[in-house]
Design a protein around this ligand. Structure first.
Ligand SMILES: Nc1ncnc2c1ncn2[C@@H]1O[C@H](COP(=O)(O)OP(=O)(O)OP(=O)(O)O)[C@@H](O)[C@H]1O
Ligand SMILES: [Mg+2]
Length: 277
């Protein structure tokens, strides 16, 4: 664990979506791994409080969870140190820490937003990066997380019309929050999955191009979960692993320049935009 308090707050990257099973957990585990591989100090926080999967995807058996931290705060107040409740993930010399989701539903139900946010604020003082996995809903906790994040990754997939409708609602709602343009990043996952809906049409509907596109690779994704090893840490080369690394490079400003001036295309007359306009 880090010995010294950092002078600046760490970067908070939150993964959010308006549909479930779009890859929030898989991608947040990979982002934490890749940042740690680059030598950054990283904590991955599982705020899918009721049904968190981070520890399953990484095959971790946490001794403590966010529920224990909340008990700590209630008993000890500010003497409670969040870093004592973390679980390390280590693979081939790459190390990062995980704040696990509660084990029981009733514990998850009783987590107070106030404490959950306090945890992130403490972690920001200790780590270069705090990666937060969330649920797909506009809850009080998620809105507070979005507000305090440095970067919000709004993840989408192009599969069925209702998913796209919800992505549009989500995007519009996030726009209303008036975040800095650089803060909100629209990322498409599973891009080449079989679907009759074109990415172009979806971008026109959303009025914005995707910041980054990740390919569909069911075999690689499920094997990495089965092994408990994120794709970016595997020796085997996969297109998805490469695309995940590129995403992290862009987030750390080592990749191609972010956002061209004219990247926000006006919504055109596609069949999708006619349905939803
Ligand atoms: N690019 C991809 N290609 C193929 N399969 C993928 C890809 N990304 C994620 N998956 C698969 O999709 C499923 C859902 O992924 P994940 O659990 O990360 O989504 P989620 O958004 O966290 O879901 P939830 O909202 O339920 O928490 C997993 O089985 C995962 O292996
Ligand atoms: Mg998840």
């Amino acid at each position: 664990m880090l010995e010294l308090e950092k002078e600046v707050n760490g970067v908070v990257i939150t993964f959010f979506s308006t549909a479930s099973a779009v890859g929030k957990t898989l991608i947040s585990c990979n982002m934490a791994s890749e940042l740690a591989r680059q030598g950054k100090s990283v904590c991955l926080v599982d705020y899918d409080l009721q049904f968190g999967d981070v520890c399953n995807y990484l095959q971790l058996l946490p001794k403590n969870t966010i529920a224990d931290v909340q008990r700590g705060f209630t008993l000890q107040g500010d003497a409670c140190h969040v870093e004592e409740y973390l679980t390390p993930y280590e693979y081939r010399g790459v190390l990062f820490y995980v704040m696990a989701a509660p084990r029981k539903l009733e514990e998850a139900y009783n987590i107070k937003t106030e404490y959950a946010i306090k945890v992130i604020r403490q972690l920001q003082l200790k780590f270069d990066y705090v990666i937060v996995d969330t649920t797909s809903m506009f809850s009080v906790l998620n809105l507070d997380l979005l507000d305090m994040s440095t970067i919000v990754t709004f993840l989408g997939i192009v599969d069925f019309i209702p998913t796209i409708k919800n992505m549009k609602i989500g995007r519009n709602t996030l726009n209303e929050l008036n975040y800095d343009r650089q803060k909100l990043r629209l990322v498409l996952n599973r891009s080449n999955a079989k679907t009759r809906i074109s990415i172009d049409d979806v971008e026109k509907l959303l009025g914005e191009e995707f910041y980054h596109i990740l390919p569909n690779d069911f075999r690689a994704a499920s094997q990495s979960i089965k092994d408990g090893i994120p794709l970016v840490l595997k020796q085997e080369h996969t297109e998805l692993g490469e695309a995940l690394r590129d995403l992290v490079l862009r987030y750390t400003n080592q990749g191609q320049m972010d956002f061209e001036e004219d990247d926000a295309e006006e919504a055109g007359e596609s069949w999708l935009s006619r349905i939803f306009s």
